[in-house]
Design a protein around this ligand. Structure first.
Ligand code: THU
Length: 132
């Protein structure tokens, strides 16, 4: 992916974060998932009073894509922070890494972005080595 494409995906993730529902943690997360067909699916974290039904932004995006008949993915951009402040990178949780592993190849690109469109990229294999 070009730098411009990566920054575009981060911008979409920042927009997706606006839909985040996180009244318990006040930690808002947004994600933008690029499919091999070139479509982008957005995700945000959605919390619940009972805690365990809470879902992360990354899984929301992946399941949204699956629900729309797409299951081949190229990259995901993730942004997040306390009160929606994306000053720092927001690495995906272990559960989301395992879900990525279920549907994405080792060369799936995971982009950590911030509000200034700075970023770091990793291959899924780097984030979840020796995966189950
Ligand atoms: N969260 C995500 O959406 N993605 C991650 O990878 C890390 C955590 C959400 C879940 C919860 O709503 C909040 O951030 C605090 O953990």
């Amino acid at each position: 992916m070009t730098e411009k494409e990566i920054r575009q995906l981060i911008s979409i993730a920042l927009d997706a974060l606006k839909n985040s529902y996180a009244p318990y943690s006040n930690f808002n997360v947004g994600a933008a998932l690029l499919t091999t067909k070139g479509n982008v699916y957005r995700g945000c974290n959605i919390e619940n009073a009972a805690a365990s039904p809470t879902i992360c932004a990354e899984r929301t995006a992946i399941y949204c894509a699956m629900n729309n008949g797409e299951n081949k993915f190229k990259a995901i951009a993730i942004v997040g922070g306390k009160n929606g402040n994306c000053n720092e990178f927001c690495p995906p949780c272990g559960v989301c890494r395992q879900v990525m592993k279920e549907f994405c190849g080792k060369d799936f690109l995971v982009i950590f972005g911030d509000k200034n469109l700075n970023y770091k990229t990793y291959l899924l294999d780097q984030l979840l080595p020796h995966a189950f």
